[in-house]
Design a protein. Structure first.
Length: 188
């Protein structure tokens, strides 16, 4: 079965980012592709220490739960990351995770290559575009296929549930999710 893994970087299990990724997952499943949402909430994701052990281990040497996510990602055809914007940029735990995932992929036959996906970001007021640009770099350097939409995948909201007040943002993310499912279906 074709599958998309969605990674929520929010520390809040039921916050706006988690709600938005659940919506993405629902749209993708409506379009015939299986999904799984995993969360970094409650995890203490460490930064890459450039130890190089992933070259021989095929996984990260640090034991903080990220290797379990990496294993799920290896068998998925798509990968979507969702993050809240903190101080104008992606949450630090996400960037630490993405850097390590990328290092393991580069040392393990580039398993990210040609996976379909892209980022989804949530912020109260600003920093959306910088965060999208920052996270897109992960997709581009790992030879991934980025699905587009009718606008950038950004939604406004601060308190849990406020994202639903941004109809244009929700519509944009829904179209993005449809495009991810469409691409996964045609490529795999």
């Amino acid at each position: 079965m074709k599958k998309v893994l969605l990674l929520s970087a929010s520390p809040r299990k039921k916050g706006n980012t988690a709600q938005l990724l659940a919506e993405c997952a629902g749209v993708i499943e409506e379009n015939g592709v299986e999904t799984e949402v995993v969360s970094l909430a409650g995890k203490k994701i460490l930064s890459c220490i450039a130890c190089g052990k992933c070259l021989t281990l095929g996984e990260c040497s640090q034991d903080d739960g990220l290797n379990e996510i990496i294993e799920k990602l290896k068998s998925a055809q798509g990968f979507i990351v969702g993050t809240p914007v903190y101080f104008g940029t992606a949450r630090g735990a996400l960037m630490s995770a993405l850097q390590r995932i990328g290092m393991v992929s580069k040392s393990s036959n580039d398993f990210l290559s040609r996976k379909v996906g892209g980022p989804v970001v949530v912020a109260r007021r600003g920093g959306h575009t910088a965060t999208i640009q920052e996270t897109l770099m992960f997709y581009l350097i790992n030879d991934m296929i980025i699905a587009g939409s009718t606008y950038w995948n950004m939604v406004f909201g601060r308190e849990a549930g406020e994202v639903w007040d941004d109809q244009e943002g929700i519509d944009t993310v829904r179209r993005f999710a449809q495009n991810v499912a469409w691409l996964v279906d045609r490529l795999y």
